[in-house]
Ligand binder design. Structure first.
Ligand SMILES: [Fe+2]
Ligand SMILES: [Fe+2]
Length: 286
């Protein structure tokens, strides 16, 4: 194991932000702000789905260290869900249809829970964890993706990114422990990734458009859209830089720590110092 995930109780107090900032917190403009917001709407329900799918296999694990990592993974995802719930409440208070879109996400994931086998649910989790790991790597590596953004939201995204990096292999290791490394396991995980990625990105873009349409402060300018195009597809763009690590997932021998990016985890210390509530610090010291 390259990194040991740790559950950290950080609070970003997003309820203190004025709702007017919700659609305009990123310096690259409303489409970029709403792209991040759209992803945030998926997280709380998505993370509960990840927890559910991994927990199903926890009791069957023999490896003590992996069992502990699963417990920490569950703790981290639960904390992410809590803070993203507050983030999404900020969007709702700005008059954006956050609650309705979260409910839609819950229904969608409910269908997956009802109809997919536990192994396939875990393969879906693996696919989305690989997406979040790629996103996390870029958010921590490319300062331009979050620089000059509203400080609390920037901190929340960086904290989430650091912990996604820390636990990026946990679901994957559970999957290998449960399903092995053979042809069936490979076929299932790559088929799930191929199906889930376009569906997920299409949903994020649809949510983004819905949020932009609901913003009473007006439509984005052509310049805003040009910046968004660069943000996703430019030379250092988010999606463009995901092509290579996305394709790496199809290597039969792939493992999330093939890309050893532990150097990015240093971001955590500064965030803990700034955002851990005093009570949590005292509990830990006791
Ligand atoms: Fe998360
Ligand atoms: Fe995660």
């Amino acid at each position: 194991m390259h990194a040991t995930p740790v559950r950290r109780d950080l609070k970003f107090d997003l309820d203190r932000l004025p709702p007017s900032i919700a659609a305009h917190w990123h310096p690259l403009g409303a489409p970029v702000s709403q792209f991040y917001n759209a992803m945030s709407l998926f997280f709380p329900e998505g993370e509960r789905f990840f927890i559910h799918s991994v927990r199903h296999f926890r009791d069957r694990l023999d490896d003590r260290a992996l069992k502990d990592a699963v417990t920490a993974f569950i703790g981290q995802e639960a904390m992410h869900g809590r803070e993203h719930d507050q983030y999404n409440a900020l969007l709702q208070s700005a008059g954006l249809p956050a609650d309705a879109l979260v409910q839609y996400t819950a229904r969608l994931l409910g269908v997956l829970k009802d109809h997919l086998s536990p192994s396939l649910q875990l393969a879906v989790t693996l696919a989305l964890e690989h997406f979040t790991a790629m996103l996390a790597d870029l958010l921590l590596r490319e300062p331009a993706l979050l620089d000059a953004a509203e400080p609390s939201l920037r901190a929340l995204w960086r904290w989430h990114a650091a912990e996604e990096t820390e636990h990026k292999a946990v679901a994957y290791d559970v999957y290998q422990a449960a399903l092995g490394r053979g042809a069936v396991a490979y076929a299932l995980r790559t088929a799930a990734f191929s199906a889930v990625m376009p569906l997920f990105l299409a949903h994020v873009l649809a949510f983004q458009l819905r949020l932009l349409a609901a913003d009473r402060r007006g439509r984005p300018s052509l310049r805003d859209w040009a910046r968004f195009a660069g943000f996703l597809g430019g030379r250092r763009g988010l999606l463009r830089q995901m092509i290579r690590p996305g394709l790496a997932y199809f290597r039969p021998s792939f493992h999330p720590w093939d890309d050893d990016n532990r150097d990015l985890l240093g971001a955590i210390d500064e965030l803990v110092a700034a955002y851990q509530p005093p009570a949590a610090t005292m509990r830990r010291a006791a």
